[in-house]
Design a binder for this molecule. Sequence first.
Ligand code: PLP
Length: 439
Amino acid sequence: MSPTSTTVELFDQYVMPTYGRFPLQLARGAGSRIWDEAGREYLDFGAGIAVTSVGHCHPKVTARMTEQMATLVHTSNLYYTRPQGELAKRLVEIVGAPGKIFFCNSGAEANEALYKLARKFGNETNGFAHPNAGTSNPDAPLRRGIVTMLGSFHGRTLGGIAATGQDKVKKGFEPMVEGYRHIAFNDVAALSDAMEDPDTAAVLLEPIQGEGGIHAADAAYLRGARAICDQRSCLLMFDEVQCGLGRTGDWNGWDSLAPDIKPDAVSWAKGIAGGFPVGAVWVSARLVQMRSGEVKPLCDLLGQGSHGTTFGGTPLMCVGALEVLSIIEREHLLENVRQQGRHAVAGLQALHSVWIREIRSVGLMIGIEMVADFASRCMLPAGKAPSIFLVERLHEAGLLTIPSGTHTLRWLPPLNVSEADIDEAIQILGGVLSALPQV
Ligand SMILES: Cc1ncc(COP(=O)(O)O)c(C=O)c1O
């Protein structure tokens, strides 16, 4: 390979082909803009995939992390570091209920902590402790099942693909990790039936399915799930990797849907640290009854030696995350998300495009679904998904968006996106749609 190889040539030869990549070679970003190697500017309405939540290279995040780079980047979790403690406190405040945090490096890894929590809960406890405890039963049947939703996405580890309710991620990786059962999303009756199985220890769901195409759970569903989990003494766990930490216009995705409930555990990643890889898990301090009879907080169930990771909670990532969260607060970005989310949906509706079947949104998680016969009406080549076709056209027009399934475009702009950026994106999409052949 010559020193003049293009970036694509380097990838072709040296990077494993796990991703279908669009032919953009990106080099630099600032705010909601990104530039390719040739210096062409794009409006980035993917923000990675819901990652650069305060825009690319926010100067305050850059400054804070640069300062920390020169102070202490890493030390083992065998020791205490102040930024980890402070970030944990901030995340507990964001959930708004007593609990504790575990730090890791990605969404899949955060979910792994949830699966392990569910296993410990099912193997070592008799469920939540009742006020009139004393009912511990060391011989009660173990509970090892985790119920998840069809259409969900929970990451690419072996546990993650077993938990994910989409066959395409499992193909070729059998046998699956045991213990996961997928049921219809947003269907209280299906959940209630599944929970009849005495093996069930936990339910894991995305309050708003992201990879699945922006599908929000109903408030009644989330409340029903909470009630059923309480009745059965099962954990209710929310995957907020994509919908959490401000993206919906509230700190917590579920707060935008059913603010009166709390889960027992939450996973986050993506937007926490402005693009730096971070995952985290919150676990409630609700009391559980151990089979041994001891009563302890759920958040202490994964005890010493039961879980860990070398890089989780490193000082560098924690100061980055603290800065991102404080920017969201100081710059009133939750309000901006709600306002710009409404503005985007109104503008998209005003396109009155014959190609758009449905617009689904919560805050700045926006799914734009195309009509079912898009491919035939546009005479797309066989096998070409309308979402991919449109994403490519939008690239040519200077807008980055994320495909979701075959027919949906996802807009996940940074939380500090401006009204002018939204108007520009709508104008670009409108232009691309109106240039399509009208057959
Ligand atoms: C809801 C959800 N959970 C988990 C993941 C996996 O996160 P990561 O890619 O950081 O492992 C994703 C990634 O898209 C996600 O959207």
